[in-house]
Structure formats: C-alpha cells, structure tokens
Design a binder for this molecule. Structure first.
Ligand code: AMP
Length: 143
C-alpha cells in the first residue's frame, strides 16, 4: 500500500500559512482545523517550512506569552522532509520515526499535493494488517 491510497481517502487539501503570519494566528488555525501542523508556503506554492504544535510549545517555553506575537518564520522548521505519492506507507512510517516528526507534506513535480500525519499512516497500516490476516484466514479456510 502506498501514500496515494491514504490521499485517496483523506483528500489533497493542505492547511497552509505564510512566514510573515504570527504564531497567534497559526495557533488559531491549528485549533480551528483540529490539526497539529501547518505547511508554510511562499508566493508560488513552494514550501518554505513546516510549523507544528511542538514548535509553538518550544516558542512559548522560550518567550512566554510574547511568543504569540512572533512570526512563523522565526519558529518553523526550514529543512522539510517530503514524501511522494508512490512511496509505501511503511517507508513513510520509517522516515517519520527516524526523523522524529509526525507530519510529512506530499510533493509531486515541486507542487504540494497533500499532507499525511503519523495517525493516517498508522491507521492505514493497521487496516492493511487486518486485510492480510483476513486473507490468511480465508486461505486456511479453503485449503
Ligand atoms: P511534529 O512531530 O510533526 O509535531 O514535529 C516535530 C518537529 O519536527 C517540529 O519542530 C516540526 O517543525 C518538525 N517537522 C515536522 N514535520 C517535519 C517534516 N516533514 N520534515 C522536517 N521537520 C518536520
């Protein structure tokens, strides 16, 4: 099973923000959309970074309430690790585990086409395991 299967059910919408927005705005967006990260884009759909709830917690620990008035650019991660649609779910899971992050934007031909979270990946992996189990049981039942 690959990433395109996840996108087929989850959809391709990605919540984005821009580097000049404030952390207070980003928090409102995360809360409103019930998500844990936003992708930071520039003028031409290019990805400039990613900002997750972890970055916001870190900023709050460092700057207190003043963090809310600081710019996204100062707290996002700039070196973003991407996935592609043809990558397997297990590959994506391995990359997230190795990099210790829970979100991966999907990029195709330099264009942002989706975002997966560790929750999406685990859900699809569990479904695949369940299907494999059922196939084995069916096979044993007919053997
Ligand atoms: P997360 O576990 O996704 O909340 O993110 C933990 C840390 O990794 C935060 O500093 C994020 O900005 C960063 N991060 C999240 N996703 C990625 C990614 N795909 N590539 C690089 N860094 C990321």
């Amino acid at each position: 099973m690959n990433i395109s299967h996840i996108l087929a059910t989850k959809g391709h919408a990605v919540t984005t923000t821009t580097p000049d927005r404030l952390l207070g705005d980003a928090i409102a967006l995360l809360s409103q959309k019930r998500i844990g990260a936003v992708v930071v884009t520039g003028d031409h759909e290019g990805v400039l970074g990613i900002l997750s709830e972890r970055d916001i917690v870190r900023a709050l620990a460092q700057h207190g309430a003043a963090a809310l008035g600081r710019q996204v650019a100062d707290h996002m991660t700039r070196k973003v690790v991407f996935a592609t649609r043809d990558m397997t779910v297990v590959e994506a899971m391995t990359m997230m585990t190795a990099g210790r992050f829970r979100h991966m934007p999907i990029v195709e031909d330099d264009r942002l086409t989706g975002l997966i979270s560790i929750g999406d990946v685990v859900k699809h992996r569990l479904e695949a395991i369940e299907q494999e189990k059922q196939s084995m049981l069916d096979y044993i039942g007919t053997a």
